[in-house]
Write a protein that binds this ligand. Structure first.
Ligand SMILES: Cc1cc2nc3c(=O)[nH]c(=O)nc-3n(C[C@H](O)[C@H](O)[C@H](O)COP(=O)(O)OP(=O)(O)OC[C@H]3O[C@@H](n4cnc5c(N)ncnc54)[C@H](O)[C@@H]3O)c2cc1C
Length: 446
């Protein structure tokens, strides 16, 4: 049986968060097992302006940050998320200063900062726990800011900035089709359909939107990661440092997140992706076996990890070779974050980069929608070329750093531990990629 519901749109100057005299206009969307209809994608404001309807696929970091950025610019979007709710499990992400610049630009930085410890530096150790080197972030760069942020809290904070009903859960995109006038027909798994004027694909590494645009599947990088979030009810015992332990073809790391939580990971070489394992007991056992002779802190941390936060992920990426990879947009469909440039987490930059994308895209789209000199298509192309020169080198660099750190040759590892790390490594150049001047949201209504 088909049913119908309403989507509000509002003029840029009257976002529901900021105006008590809300002036919604409503238009009908129908869904059902026999999909027939569709959202109107444009509506006329009382002042006669044209408004665009924007559909974002995926309520992850990229999707929500894009929706918030657009919302700050007075542009309403609808976010389709396949899951029934925001991802509540999962672990943490390390966000560097480029991520924080974006969170500040969209006005959620201060709220998040109060919940997560600022990390002062990093320590690199050998398998037996002996320290090889230690660094302080601010010694190299006064403006550096590093915090491990719980993914759940980040998602909830972003979602809380959006008007009610913006996120449509249990809405899994199934197919995409563009029509003659450039609008895009999105069909969901439940059979409902939506006609969108602008589509922003933020649907992560297995993006349906990206594969429709001709992107290849991401490639396995040869290593997998266990991750978890240790919980110390009486307070965690660690200094505010990222701790790295390097072995042969195996490395681990842990970093305090808050007064009671510590994020950890173990990265190990594996010729194949291996079976998908979700049983937390098996995951814990396997993780502990890998580092059974390593410092006890790590073993304790794994023991203190709640089941819902432990996971094992094969690491993948996709290199956006010029002339080979398709552009970031096709017509009025564009990609953000992992959907476009999945990268291995060796630089801790995937989410930071998705955040950067969101503000750059929102500014360009808002310019076009609000009658700037560029069309929406041109704005998306301009976003694609600006962001390609950022994302492609980062993806390659993250992969190469990963290969280097995962070396298992005993001679190479010995040179690394005796010479390269103690004598050669400098933190400044290593974190140079976190330099990103985040533009403000031009004409933000907040
Ligand atoms: C082991 C590991 C460690 C990492 N550590 C860091 C780090 O320290 N710092 C950092 O910056 N980054 C890190 N990353 C990378 C980071 O997790 C990603 O880059 C980031 O999550 C990308 O955000 P996204 O919004 O593009 O994609 P996602 O977070 O994957 O969100 C995609 C969303 O789309 C939804 N979706 C998917 N398909 C559909 C569909 N068909 N229909 C509707 N919805 C759909 C999904 O349910 C999901 O909610 C790490 C990654 C890994 C694997």
């Amino acid at each position: 049986m088909a049913m119908s519901f309403l989507l509000p749109i509002y003029p840029p100057t009257q976002s529901p968060l900021h105006s008590s005299a809300r002036s919604y206009r409503w238009f009908s969307v129908r869904t059902g097992s026999k999909p027939v209809c569709l959202a109107m994608t444009r509506a006329q404001t009382s002042g006669g302006d044209l408004e665009e309807s924007v559909v974002i696929v995926g309520a992850g970091i990229g999707g929500l940050a894009t929706a918030v950025s657009l919302h700050r610019l007075g542009i309403r979007s609808v976010v389709l998320e396949q899951a029934e709710s925001l991802r509540t499990g999962g672990t943490s992400l390390t966000l560097f200063k480029n991520g924080w610049r974006v969170l500040d630009a969209i006005s959620v930085g201060p709220q998040l900062r109060t919940q997560f410890l600022e990390i002062e530096g990093m320590v690199v150790k050998q398998e037996d726990g002996r320290e090889l080197r230690s660094f302080k972030f601010k010694d190299e760069d006064q403006s550096q800011e590093v915090r491990a942020v719980e993914r759940r809290v980040l998602l909830e904070t972003l979602a809380s900035q959006l008007p009610p009903q913006t996120i449509r859960f249990s809405s899994k995109l199934k197919t995409i089709q563009s029509n003659a006038n450039g609008d895009t027909l999105l069909e969901l798994e439940d059979g409902s359909q939506l006609l969108a004027n602008i589509v922003i694909g933020c649907d992560g590494i297995r993006s349906k939107v990206a594969s429709w645009m001709g992107f290849s599947e991401p490639k396995y990088a040869g290593h997998c990661a266990f991750r978890g979030l240790g919980f110390y009810p009486n307070g965690q015992p660690f200094q505010r440092k990222v701790n790295y332990i390097y072995g042969r073809g195996l490395r681990a790391g842990y970093v305090p997140v808050s007064a009671t939580k510590v994020y950890w990971f173990i990265c190990f070489n594996s010729p194949s992706l291996g079976p998908k394992i979700t049983d937390p007991a098996i995951l814990k056992k396997q993780a502990k076996e890998l580092v059974s002779t390593w410092p006890e802190d790590l073993q304790d941390l794994i023991d203190l990890t709640p089941d819902e936060t432990i996971s094992r992920t094969p690491l993948v990426d996709r290199w956006l070779w010029p002339g080979i990879a398709p552009p970031a947009s096709k017509g009025r469909v564009v990609l953000v974050g992992d959907a476009w440039h999945p990268m291995t987490p060796n630089l801790g930059q995937g989410a930071c980069c998705a955040l950067e994308d969101s503000v750059v895209l929102a500014n360009k789209l808002a310019g076009a929608i609000n009658g700037g000199s560029e069309s929406v298509e041109e704005a998306m192309e301009s976003y694609g070329s600006e962001r390609w020169s950022r994302a492609f080198p980062l993806t390659v660099r993250a992969n190469l750093v990963g290969s280097l750190l995962q070396w298992d040759n005993p001679l190479v590892c010995s040179v690394r531990d005796k010479f390269v790390i103690p004598k050669l490594v400098r933190l400044g150049p290593m974190l140079e990629h976190t330099n990103f001047e985040c533009e403000p949201l031009y004409g933000s209504k907040t």
